[in-house]
Design a protein around this ligand. Structure first.
Ligand code: ZN
Ligand code: ZN
Length: 264
């Protein structure tokens, strides 16, 4: 298996260096990992999610070489899109030889759903709809990406009694997003980090996977979103089974921007 979503110290919110991540991944028996460090232009607040990609590639090439006999290291980026930074992000993506580009929404209307303020004054329906609308904008307008990141970002710190994101509550938006992804030969990740033990009440709605399959969706990947070593491949066994139950026979990872299929 591949863990397709890992943050090294190039992400300012990670505490794990690339060597540590590789060591843990080898111990877990993974075939490879993708370093998806953060690029988020105009991120509000104190933290800055920008990277010197010349340095990034030089470090990642070294790591790739060092571990090449034991596992694959995928040089990737998680690009956080807001409508006004889309063009600039696109230019950067085109400039570097990434193996894989994961596109995520971290900011909606200038606010981060990771912070509780995002939810204040919004019903669950409003808060989640705005998030999915922003995803839909991105999948329609961003040209240079491979997979869509974490639908579940919106539930992580939502403070509603029932915060699970369900397909049936937003079926129109989910369908529009799925159709656009499929039309362009893309897919989305199942981000297992959202469903770690610290959020026992949050479940993954398998209807999301079933509907995507029904519409012809084939590309899906598993990513832990680990920012520390003991989160790598979190709950992969559980989610691999959920994917099989939904009819998937393969996950994908990307090399040179092309999907490579890994048997489930
Ligand atoms: Zn993210
Ligand atoms: Zn991430």
């Amino acid at each position: 298996m591949f863990d397709t979503h890992i943050h090294s110290l190039f992400s300012t919110d990670s505490v794990m260096d690339a060597d540590q991540a590789c060591g843990s991944a080898i111990k877990l028996g993974l075939e490879g990992i993708a370093f998806t460090d953060h690029l988020d232009y105009d991120f509000p607040g104190e933290i800055d999610f920008l990277i010197d990609f010349d340095e990034y590639f030089s470090v990642m090439d070294g790591i790739r070489e060092k571990y090449k006999d034991r596992m694959k290291v995928i040089r990737a980026v998680e690009v956080g899109i807001q409508p006004h930074v889309l063009q600039k992000s696109e230019e950067l993506i085109r400039k570097y030889p990434f193996d894989y580009v994961l596109a995520s929404i971290h900011i909606v209307g200038g606010q981060n759903p990771y912070d509780s303020e995002y939810y204040s004054g919004k019903t669950k329906k409003e808060a989640y709809t705005r998030y999915l609308e922003e995803i839909y904008y991105m999948v329609r307008n961003l040209e240079s990406f491979d997979m869509l990141g974490h639908f579940g970002y919106i539930v992580r710190n939502a403070n509603y009694d029932d915060r699970t994101l369900r397909y049936t509550d937003y079926s129109d938006l989910f369908d529009m997003i799925f159709k656009k992804l499929i039309e362009h030969g893309r897919g989305f990740e199942l981000n297992t980090g959202t469903y770690r033990a610290e959020r026992p009440d949050v479940v993954y709605d398998a209807e999301i996977l079933k509907r995507y399959r029904q519409l012809g969706g084939e590309l899906i990947c598993l990513g832990s979103d680990a920012h520390q070593a003991d989160h790598i491949a979190a709950r992969f066994g559980h989610f691999a089974q959920l994917l099989r139950d939904a009819g998937f026979k393969y996950t994908v990872h990307f090399e040179n921007r092309k999907p490579v299929f890994d048997k489930l």
